[in-house]
Design a protein around this ligand. Structure first.
Ligand code: 2AM
Ligand code: CA
Ligand code: CA
Ligand code: CA
Length: 266
């Protein structure tokens, strides 16, 4: 992809995300349907679906030969990252959207032959755009985000983790997570994977640990944190695979490996 194509892609992706955000804000003033997916806590609204359709329509009209992977199933069936692939979460943090009416984001990651080119995370109610451009850096509302500090020790970190992973569960050894909670400075739980990545990039938390995310939860965030000295892998340190669900350990790279010993999968 040449620089001209790349700048057209970035401009258009930003236009689409701003427009989609306006539509969400308008629609949420009116009543909307709420449904469940796999279980009673896995929620989706008609606004998740209409926003996805809106974004996909815009992408298809501007870039008919690009492929689209999207959460609510109106994209393409994507089996490889060959060519240019948009990985879209129309609303990341649907539970926050419904209950809190804030702390949700639109996430768009664009990959070219498997390489992350542009990552955009838009915090809708805060009107904040986090943007990562491969090789050029990360930005918050157009202002360059500085490299993450290299002066960080695990004991001084603030980590994003859902409290669910600290109660007895099927996926990991909760005793070790309890020890991690004791050993770090503090924990936070924001309820939007995309925003947790954005906050790592911004340096306001140091890590995010979770046991199951889909490609659209992380596609943009990976690109953004990579640009400022962050690292994202599975919880065992293995690389992430954007064609399937993954466990995720995202962190400032100077502390990243320190968390691995605390995460014992069952
Ligand atoms: P979503 O809001 O787009 O579904 C919540 O802890 C975070 O995990 C959100 O980013 C949420 O994305 C994501 N998530 C992924 N799979 C989920 C699931 N099955 N149920 C609830 N949240 C899920
Ligand atoms: Ca969802
Ligand atoms: Ca999501
Ligand atoms: Ca979603």
């Amino acid at each position: 992809m040449d620089n001209f194509e790349k700048s057209k892609l970035i401009d258009e992706a930003k236009r689409i995300i701003f427009k989609a955000s306006e539509q969400i804000k308008n629609h949420m003033q009116r009543p909307y349907d709420i449904n469940t997916k796999q279980d009673r806590k896995d929620l989706v609204t008609e606004i998740d679906e209409s926003t996805e359709k809106f974004i996909i329509k815009k992408v298809r009209s501007s870039f008919p030969d690009h492929k689209i992977m999207a959460e609510e199933g109106t994209g393409d069936e994507v089996n490889s990252l060959d060519g240019t692939v948009w990985i879209i979460d129309p609303i990341d943090g649907t539970m926050n959207f419904i209950h809190q009416k804030r702390f949700f984001a639109i996430s768009i990651g664009i990959y070219h032959n498997g390489e992350g080119i542009v990552g955009l995370i838009y915090d809708v109610m805060d009107d904040t755009l986090y943007e990562g451009i491969k090789g050029e850096g990360a930005y918050k509302n157009g202002k360059k985000i500085p490299e993450l500090t290299k002066e960080r020790e695990l004991k001084d970190t603030l980590i994003g983790i859902n409290s669910f992973w600290s109660i007895p569960n099927r996926r990991l050894n909760e005793e070790k997570i309890h020890q991690l909670i004791r050993d770090v400075r503090g924990t936070r739980s924001y309820g939007s994977a995309a925003l947790e990545f954005a906050y790592i990039a911004e340096g306001i938390i140091d890590a995010y640990i979770t046991m199951r995310l889909s490609p659209w939860d992380i596609a943009a965030g990976i690109i953004i944190i990579n640009e400022v000295g962050g690292k994202a892998t599975q919880v065992n340190g293995e690389p992430l695979d954007l064609l399937k669900d993954n466990t995720v350990l995202a962190a400032n790279e100077v502390v990243h490996s320190g968390y691995i010993d605390y995460i014992e999968e069952k």
